[in-house]
Design a protein around this ligand. Structure first.
Ligand SMILES: *Cc1c(COP(=O)(O)O)cnc(C)c1O
Length: 389
């Protein structure tokens, strides 16, 4: 009987065919107009924080996602920071956030002096377990005239940030209802989920503000970059202003009307982004095709399942996830060792936030499912190129 590691290796070979080793977890794909657009920046000298590619990238991103306004930023973390700032999050507020996320989500909360309050995930979406959160809030939250308050800490609970893990949307309708019931602001961390739809509509449309990322490992990259998405014109105006040092428009004078940030995406990066966005449909198709190949290859593999998008979603499958059965959880590192040594550069999920030293003291619900998922998730190579893009 082959070990679970050996079985997984066989399935990866079946799914990926004759692939060159090592196989990266996620590589960018530059086979469109990237060279041409970047060269145009160099030839014209428009490489920095002003230029036509930034405006074009923003309007094309808005058109693609169906969110009215997009504001490009230096990275996704900066976008999250500004989303929270504009949502009115202040020092001493609590913000509900899944413990199973990339550290940027919790860090952005901390930049404002606010406190992450950790929420469990479910196995259907790998994101916020909305039902469990509702039951938890019945116990922890009390409503007073100013809004929702944590009855144990005495602090306001202001917002919730769902994160669509590996591109899979959380149950946004149920979460939006919960937010209305408790007066919570909804802010989506859509960093991983450009190209993912919830009930036919692109993610990023449920939050009052949402953040996406264009880091080198995301489905579309600008080298480094991010964007704030919002349907509210006033929030969009503020987002643009505060990410561009709050400078008042004038031909030569430098006058600024508030403390603000230099978070603007440079034109050079936006040029890359414009070329990448043109390939979006082909990237999503390739990733979904790759997910299907993984599904077929692992059908007969005991002890492990390929994660499948939730029923309400059409996911971008940014990263494909293997989920070890509960009784195989203690084999994860052995599997990772074997895969790595054979040139399949697979990864576990992030250490959950409540286990990191700076967040160990933060309030939290029972995090049993997230802790189980942490021990069982293995991310496998998922570049669009592997799916034929
Ligand atoms: C990538 C990512 C971000 C933002 O990352 P940047 O590297 O700052 O662009 C935020 N949240 C999640 C969940 C991410 O995966």
């Amino acid at each position: 009987m082959p070990s679970i590691a050996e079985q997984i290796v066989q399935c990866l070979h079946d799914a990926l065919g004759d692939v060159k080793k090592p196989v990266a977890l996620h590589e960018p794909c530059f086979s469109g107009r990237e060279w041409g657009y970047v060269k145009e920046c160099l030839d014209t000298g428009w490489v920095s924080s002003v230029g036509s590619f930034v405006d074009r990238f923003e309007s094309e991103l808005a058109a693609y996602t169906g969110v009215r306004h997009a504001i490009a930023t230096v990275n996704g973390t900066a976008a999250l920071h500004v989303c929270l700032l504009l949502a009115g999050i202040e020092a001493g507020d609590e913000v509900l956030v899944p413990t199973l996320t990339f550290v940027a989500t919790a860090n952005a909360i901390s930049y404002l002096g606010a406190i992450p309050h950790f929420v469990d995930s479910d196995e259907q979406s790998l994101g916020v377990d909305v039902r469990k959160l509702r039951t938890y809030l019945q116990d922890v939250a009390e409503m007073d005239p100013s809004g929702c308050r944590n009855r144990f800490s005495g602090r306001p609970i202001k917002a919730v940030i769902p994160m669509h893990a590996f591109g899979h949307p959380v149950d946004l309708d149920s979460l939006a209802t919960l937010c209305r019931d408790y007066g919570l602001i909804l802010i989506e961390d859509a960093a991983e989920s450009l190209g993912s739809h919830y009930r036919g509509r692109h993610v990023g449309n449920w939050g009052s503000l949402s953040a996406v990322s264009f880091n080198g490992n995301k489905i579309v990259t600008t080298g480094g970059g991010g964007a704030i998405l919002t349907n509210d014109p006033e929030l969009a105006r503020k987002a643009k202003h505060i990410t561009t040092t709050a400078k008042l428009p004038h031909r030569w004078a430098f006058v600024h009307d508030q403390i603000a940030y230099n978070y603007r995406m440079p034109n050079l990066n936006a040029a890359l982004g414009c070329a990448q966005l043109e390939r979006m449909d082909s990237f999503v198709a390739a990733k979904r095709h790759l997910a299907e190949r993984y599904r077929a290859a692992f059908l007969g593999c005991d002890g492990v399942k390929v994660f499948h998008e939730p029923v309400y979603a059409r996911s971008n499958y940014w990263l494909n996830v293997l989920l070890l059965d509960v009784d195989q959880a203690d084999r994860r590192d052995e599997v990772l060792e074997t895969l790595y040594s054979l040139g399949f550069l697979c990864r576990p999920v992030w250490a959950p936030m409540h286990k990191l030293p700076m967040y160990a003291h933060c309030p939290r619900m029972n995090l049993g499912c997230a802790e189980s998922l942490e021990r069982r998730i293995i991310c496998v190579p998922s570049s669009a190129g592997l799916g034929g893009a």
